[in-house]
Design a protein around this ligand. Structure first.
Ligand SMILES: Nc1ncnc2c1ncn2[C@@H]1O[C@H](COP(=O)(O)OP(=O)(O)O)[C@@H](O)[C@H]1O
Ligand SMILES: Cc1ncsc1CCOP(=O)(O)O
Ligand SMILES: [Mg+2]
Length: 280
C-alpha cells in the first residue's frame, strides 16, 4: 500500500525545506568534495569543508550540522573523523555518517562501528554497505552497491536487522540507499521508491544525499522527515533531470541537469507531491 504523500512528507514541512541557510561542516572525500559543496549551495545551504582538528572547537560554535564521510580513509583522516565525532557528541551537533566503502575494507567497518558509539543522528550507506555494516552478506564492490542486495528478501532482512540496531543505538536512524531506499528510525520504517537508474551510474550521488540530510537536520527538521525529505528531494531531481536530457543519453548531460534541478526544484511549492513510498 502506498502511503499518501501527506503521511510521507508533511506538506507544511516540505514547503519550508531549504528556506533556512544552515552552515554544514563536511569532512569528506576528495573525489566528490566539490560536487557536495556545490550541491549544498544549490539548495541554499552553506558548506564548509574543514579537516584540521585545531579549528574544530571554534567551528562547532558556528555550524548547524556535520557530515562525516568515510570515502577517502587515511591515518590522519581517521583521527579527524574521530575528533569531530567526539566534538559532535559533546556539543549535541546533528551528525550524519556516510559509511562509504565499508563493504570493501575492514578498517572502514571498524571505524564506522566506533563512530556509531558516539550517538550520530543518522548512519547511511548504499544497501550493500549497510548490509556489510550489519554483518549481513553483501555483494558490494568498492564503494558501489550491487543489485542482488536489493532483492525483496534482502531488503526485508536488512530492514529487520536495522530495526534491531535502533534498539541498541536509540539515538540513531539508518538509511540504506538503492533502487528502493530503506529508512529505519526508532519509531517507524519506510521504503522509498523515487529516482532513476542513472543516479547509480555517476559518482557522488550517495555523498550528496548525506550532505542534504545534514542540511535538513541543520534546519531543525527532525531526523525522520530529514531522511524522507533529503532522499525524496534528491531522487525527484534525478527524475526531472532525465526528462531534460536529449537521447541517446550522455551521462555528463544527466549530471549537468541533475545539478540544475537541485538548484530549482525546491522553489516549486508542490515538488513533494511526487514522493513515492510506503511505511513498512
Ligand atoms: N536504480 C536506482 N533507481 C532509482 N534510484 C536510485 C537507483 N540507484 C540509486 N538511486 C538513488 O541514488 C541515490 C544514491 O544511491 P546509491 O547509488 O545507492 O548510493 P551510493 O552512491 O552511495 O552508492 C539515492 O538517493 C538512491 O535512492
Ligand atoms: C569513488 C570513490 N572512492 C572513494 S570515495 C568515492 C566517491 C563515492 O561517492 P558515492 O558513495 O556517492 O558514490
Ligand atoms: Mg556512497
Amino acid at each position: 500500500m502506498v502511503t499518501s504523500q501527506k503521511d510521507l512528507l508533511m506538506n507544511k514541512q516540505a514547503n519550508n525545506f531549504f528556506k533556512k541557510s544552515p552552515l554544514v561542516h563536511c569532512i569528506t572525500n576528495e573525489v566528490t568534495c566539490e560536487s557536495m559543496a556545490n550541491a549544498l549551495l544549490y539548495v541554499n545551504s552553506k558548506p564548509i569543508m574543514a579537516v584540521d582538528e585545531r579549528e574544530f572547537k571554534e567551528l562547532f560554535e558556528q555550524t548547524d550540522g556535520l557530515l562525516l564521510n568515510l570515502g577517502h580513509l587515511s591515518i590522519n583522516r581517521q583521527e579527524q573523523l574521530l575528533a569531530a565525532s567526539q566534538e559532535a557528541l559533546h556539543t549535541n551537533k546533528p551528525t550524519v555518517i556516510d559509511v562509504v566503502g565499508v563493504s570493501a575494507s575492514s578498517l572502514r567497518k571498524k571505524l564506522a562501528l566506533t563512530l556509531l558509539e558516539n550517538k550520530p543522528t543518522v548512519v547511511k550507506g548504499n544497501t550493500s554497505e549497510m548490509r556489510n555494516l550489519c554483518g549481513l552478506k553483501s555483494s558490494g564492490r568498492g564503494v558501489d552497491g550491487d543489485s542482488s542486495d536489493q532483492e525483496k528478501a534482502s531488503l526485508q532482512e536488512l530492514s529487520e536487522t536495522l530495526k534491531k540496531w535502533t534498539q541498541q543505538y536509540p539515538a540513531t536512524s539508518f538509511l540504506a540507499t538503492g533502487e528502493t531506499d530503506i529508512i529505519v528510525t526508532p519509531h517507524t520504517s519506510y521504503y522509498l521508491k523515487n529516482g532513476v537508474a542513472e543516479l547509480d551510474q555517476m559518482t557522488g550521488t550517495g555523498d550528496i544525499v548525506g550532505a542534504l540530510i545534514a542540511s535538513l537536520l541543520g534546519q531543525g527538521i527532525e531526523s525522520e522527515m530529514s531522511l524522507v525529505g533529503a532522499v525524496s528531494y534528491f531522487n525527484l531531481c534525478g527524475e526531472s533531470a532525465l526528462t531534460h536530457c536529449k537521447k541517446p543519453l550522455g551521462m555528463a548531460d544527466f549530471r549537468h541537469e541533475l545539478f540544475n534541478e537541485l538548484s530549482r526544484l525546491y522553489k516549486k511549492d508542490d515538488w513533494w507531491q511526487q514522493v513515492k513510498g510506503e511505511r513498512i
